[in-house]
Design a protein around this ligand. Structure first.
Ligand SMILES: Cc1ncc(COP(=O)(O)O)c(C=O)c1O
Length: 408
């Protein structure tokens, strides 16, 4: 079948209907630009949901991937390999962590984190210390365990029975958390900025309070940095911009810059509970994935890139505010670094999907974070002119939607 015969319509014929992709099919990308089958150009303010952190086809990543492709692709965990060891060493040097476990996705990194927290509590306390506390509206993945820990019950509907021992409490509400935490708590898990839940940053006092409660009740603090990690918020990991250090941190998405890889980072104190044979995955530590992720880390963990994220995030927010001054379409613009949410005013609540489609027609790729929030997560090195040009297209899309609504 030639490429031209593959259309969006084929998706409905041959794919399980758990996604409903946009009507164009992208075929090529370069930096913050993407082209579809008809060679229409789009400005990409999505990075594939905060994944292609260095844009599309960054030359350094392409080079490393091609070099590794000529060396060795896969070995299994019966052997270790150089790219995995180099990446683990670089991650431990760059963060609080002493030890790393590799996997393939954010859900798998969180699955490992939750299992490790239970195993650690079982090793050091007793089997009853198995409860995991998480926050309303949080998102931690789609495996049965991670979807249960996530704070959006709709994602569990139809999949019951789900694993037990998981509790949810409102985000940024320390008093409510105090009512729930106990000696039975083995871990509290939080996103430093709730992503899928609507781009909601954690309050600094809340983060401090969660750490204190973990210490008081001998529970582990897990930071899910699958979306916030690898420079997205302007620090290598978002915890670095708080007063606290987690016991376990999960990373994926931007870690591979578009190549599937996940990692769970932890300390020398906690890691031994995953002794030989307790946990594993075939592809974890895959040399291709680790070689690419090593170069992503190398590129992102530079002051000029991380400072650039802050500066570009400020530009994006300023442009959104300018649009809002003219159209009064957002009731809140929030986020951190280049993870920005713009919440629609009540009149447009629930209609974020319409904005994605209208933006696409203008040649712009954006995201939603729930039905009320437009989400922007561009490449960390997006040129400023692409931010301005992208938001000009957004304004055209808003104009079009508002005019159509007025005409009704
Ligand atoms: C905070 C967070 N955790 C976990 C996940 C799950 O990652 P994956 O889709 O790679 O399994 C996501 C994905 O959106 C996420 O945003």
């Amino acid at each position: 079948m030639s490429t031209s015969q593959v259309t969006r319509a084929l998706f409905n014929e041959v794919m399980v209907p758990n996604y409903n992709p946009q009507q164009m099919v992208p075929v090529r990308g370069q930096g913050s630009r993407v082209w579809d089958q008809d060679d229409n150009e789009y400005i990409d303010l999505t990075s594939g949901i905060a994944v292609t952190s260095l844009g599309h086809c960054h030359p350094a990543l392409v080079r490393v991937l091609k070099e590794q492709a000529d060396k060795v692709w896969h070995l299994s965990n019966v052997y270790t390999n150089e790219p995995a060891l180099q990446l683990a060493q670089a991650l431990t040097r760059a963060t609080f962590a002493d030890k790393v476990f590799f996997c393939n996705s954010g859900a798998e990194a969180n699955e490992a984190a939750f299992k490790l927290a239970r195993k650690y509590a079982s090793d050091h306390f007793d089997e009853d210390k198995n409860e995991i506390i998480s926050f309303v509206q949080s998102f931690h993945g789609r495996t049965l365990f991670t979807v249960t820990v996530g704070g959006q019950p709709k994602y569990c509907q139809g999949f019951k029975p789900v694993p037990g021992g998981v509790h949810h409490t409102p985000f940024n509400d320390l008093d409510a958390l105090k009512q729930l935490v106990s000696d039975k708590t083995c871990a509290i898990v939080m996103e430093p900025v709730q992503g899928e839940g609507g781009i909601i940053p954690a309050d600094p006092e809340f983060v401090r309070g969660v750490r204190e409660l973990c210490d008081q009740f001998n529970a582990l603090l897990i930071f899910d940095e699958v979306q916030t990690g690898m420079g997205r918020t302007g620090s290598l990991y978002a915890y670095m911009d708080t007063d606290v250090t987690p016991d376990i941190l999960t990373s994926a998405k931007g870690l591979g810059g578009g190549f599937p890889v996940g990692a769970m980072l932890t300390t020398d104190k906690v890691a031994p509970s995953f002794s030989v044979g307790t946990h594993g995955t075939t592809y974890g530590g895959n040399p291709l994935a680790c070689a690419v992720a090593g170069e992503v880390l190398n590129q992102v963990n530079r002051p000029e890139v991380l400072d650039g994220v802050q500066q570009k995030g400020a530009l994006l927010v300023a442009e959104l505010e300018a649009i809002n001054a003219r159209h009064n379409i957002f009731k809140d613009i929030r986020g951190k670094g280049l993870l920005i949410g713009a919440e629609l005013v009540d009149e447009w609540a629930g209609k974020a999907g319409l904005f994605l489609a209208a933006a696409r027609e203008q040649g712009l790729m954006i995201l939603m974070a729930g039905p009320n929030v437009l989400r922007f997560a561009p490449s960390l090195i997006i040129p400023d002119e692409d931010i301005r040009a992208g938001l000009h297209k957004l304004e055209l899309a808003i104009d079009q939607l508002v005019n159509a609504a007025d005409a009704d």
